[in-house]
Each structure stands twice: as C-alpha cells, then as structure tokens.
Design a protein around this ligand. Structure first.
Ligand SMILES: [Zn+2]
Length: 379
C-alpha cells in the first residue's frame, strides 16, 4: 500500500537523518573540546598564546567545514519533503467529508487532553528531556519532576516484567511504591514458577519466607497456593490448572503493569496510539453516520453507537432498556429491588404514570416504587 510505503520511507529517512545529525554533533563537540583544552593551557601558561591562536583558527576552519546548523537544517528539509509526500498521498487517497468536518468543529478539540497525551508519550518513549522542553514551550506543568521520576521508575519496572524477570522486578518494586496486593502477585508468580519446576520443598520455603506480610490481606489466595502444593508435578491436571496455563504469567504481569501504571496515573499504552487505533475503527462508522451527525451537536453523548474492539473499551456503559439512552451523570442507572436496572429518567416516568406510586419492572412482573431503587455506580 502506498501510504505504508510512504511511512517506511519516512522511518528510514529519520534513521539516516538521526545518524547524520549525531555525527555532526560529535564532530562539533570534539572540535570544541580541543579548543577548550587549548584555552585551559593558555590560562596555565600565557606564553602559549601562539598555539592558542592556532586553535582559534582551527575551530573557525572546522566549524566552517561542518556548518552544524546548515547540516541539521538540510536533514530536516529532506525529512519534511518525505512527510509532505505522505500528506499529499493521504489527501489523494481519502476525500474529505464536509459533514464530518462540521461535527468536529461542533465538538471542539480538548487541547488539555492532547497536551497530556503528548507529554505522557514522551515519557513512555523514554525521552524525558523532550517532555520537559515540550512543557516549557507550552507553559504546562502536567508532569512534575517527582512524578516524572515515578514514571521513569515504573517504566523500568514494566520493562523487567515484560522481560519476565520476576527477580529483578521484586527487587525494583520498592522503587515504584507498588500497592501491597501487587507485591503479593509478584511473589505469587515466583512461587508458581518454583512449583512448575516440581520443587515443592523449595516452594514451601519461599512461601514461609515471603508470604507472611500478606497473611491477613491475601489469606484465601495463600491457602489456594498451599493447596496447589499437593499437585506439584501434576498441576495441569489438577483443580489448580489455571496456574499451569501457558499464559498465566504473562497475564499476571500484564495486570501488575496496568495496575502499577494506574496507581500513579500513567497509561500503560500510548494515548496517541489508542486514539489513532480507535479512529481507524470508528472512521467507517462515522462516515456512514455523517448525515446524522449534522443534525445534532455532540454534547456529552455521541448520537451513534461506535463498535470498537474490546481492548479499546475503557468504560462500562449502561443503555437503559426503556429509553434506549446511554446513562450518564445526569441520568444514572438505577437498580430496582428485583435486580433489574433502568435509567433514572425511565424510573421517574414510570413512577409518574402509576396511580399508586408503584409500578411493574419493565423486564419482570415485580412491583416497586421509585424510593425502592438504588443508584448504580459503574466503574
Ligand atoms: Zn425486574
């Protein structure tokens, strides 16, 4: 596909450009080092002024040869040429839908969220200095120095988990102030690893040494792990076969990493990538719904259901079975005594239409009043 080809070219160009700029910078630093050395010598021995003059001349000649700024600008220019080619190809490939453009204006862009995602992206990529520069230029203080340190420590911890290095992760967890239950999960992973190696006595020894601080909080889980000891060597045929599952460790580590990030407010995956992935999935549906979007302004609710893959769904939604509306803060879901749920608007309208204040649940025959309902909180 043309666009992927364009992207590949940009990627290659950036790689070449980066190495050219690095080479130019190294040459410049080396020339400046020589000059500084000559300047130091001059301050120690003022009679060496002739040698110093030569160094000044050499510095001048070298910088004329390297022309660092010109070299960097030339690299940027060349990269930009590739980017503008991609831009043109995108315009050729996709026709702009004016109806969609109109809705985008109606919604407005949450600049604060975009700034936050960009700042976090730099941290996720390990380019903390650029994050600092970005915040300075945009006059933002999204990520404070202490939070940045926390983020960096957490990223090291996550890399260790991704590499499956549970021993390193256990050592490093003190640096990230991990919630207690996540520390226990790390010990659990280590325990199961020993168990899978068919070493029951070693597993018991590990449990004795490390499970004690968690006995109150994690009692049922510790009891279960102790039960699994009986099946050492035959774990996959036992009631504890979930521990022997090939994905057990990766899923557990993924969960720990997600929770560790959540505890400090850092997303595990890039917000920008998530937005692009969701946009790609939503675009065909948006194009189909374009005429509808013209009729209504986007407010707190999007007028069309967007079908996104499960990994792109972050919030539970409740659609009222009576009004078919998605519930929100101004119209929350309400739980009836029978266990069925409807929106508050539906509840109020049912209560109004009944003479005795009692009404039948829309799903089952149980009768109740509006005072019997409880608000549901979705996480
Ligand atoms: Zn019911």
């Amino acid at each position: 596909m043309e666009l992927t080809h364009d992207l590949d070219l940009i990627r290659k160009r950036l790689k070449i450009g980066r190495s050219h700029i690095a080479k130019t910078t190294d040459e410049l630093i080396s020339t400046l080092d020589d000059f500084l050395q000559a300047a130091d010598q001059l301050s120690v021995n003022p009679t060496q002024d002739q040698e110093f003059s030569q160094s000044v001349l050499q510095l001048f000649t070298e910088t004329q040869r390297i022309l660092p700024l010109k070299a960097v600008l030339a690299e940027h220019r060349e990269t930009y040429a590739y980017i503008s080619r991609l831009h043109k190809d995108i315009e050729l490939k996709f026709t702009v839908n004016p109806e969609l453009l109109g809705t985008q204006k109606a919604q407005g862009l949450r600049r604060d969220l975009v700034d936050k995602m960009v700042a976090q992206q730099f941290v996720l990529e390990g380019t903390v200095e650029i994050c600092e520069d970005f915040q300075q230029v945009r006059n933002l203080s999204i990520i404070s120095p202490s939070l940045r340190e926390q983020y960096q420590a957490t990223m090291v911890f996550i890399r260790q988990l991704e590499a499956g290095d549970v021993d390193q992760a256990l050592q490093w967890q003190t640096q990230v102030c991990l919630p207690v239950r996540l520390v226990f999960m790390l010990h659990k992973a280590k325990f199961v690893r020993i168990l899978k190696n068919r070493n029951a006595s070693e597993a018991v020894k590990y449990a004795k040494e490390h499970f004690e601080p968690f006995t109150d909080l994690e009692k049922p889980e510790i009891e279960r792990l102790m039960g699994a000891l009986i099946f050492t060597g035959n774990l996959s045929e036992s009631p504890y076969r979930d521990l022997a599952h090939p994905d057990f460790e990766s899923q557990l580590f993924r969960h720990i990493a997600t929770e560790a990030c959540r505890s400090i407010g850092l997303p595990l995956s890039s917000g920008l990538e998530t937005v692009i992935a969701a946009g790609v999935q939503a675009m065909p549906q948006l194009l189909q719904a374009a005429p509808l979007l013209q009729d209504r302004l986007w407010r707190t609710q999007f007028p069309v259901e967007m079908k996104l893959s499960p990994d792109l769904r972050f919030h539970s939604l409740f659609v009222c079975p009576v009004t078919k509306e998605v519930t929100g803060a101004d119209n929350p879901p309400m739980l009836l005594p029978c266990g069925h749920a409807i929106s508050r608007h539906a509840l109020e309208s049912l209560a109004k239409s009944s003479a005795r204040g009692k009404f039948k649940c829309p799903t089952c025959p149980v009768e109740s009043g509006s005072k019997d309902a409880m608000q549901l909180v979705l996480s």
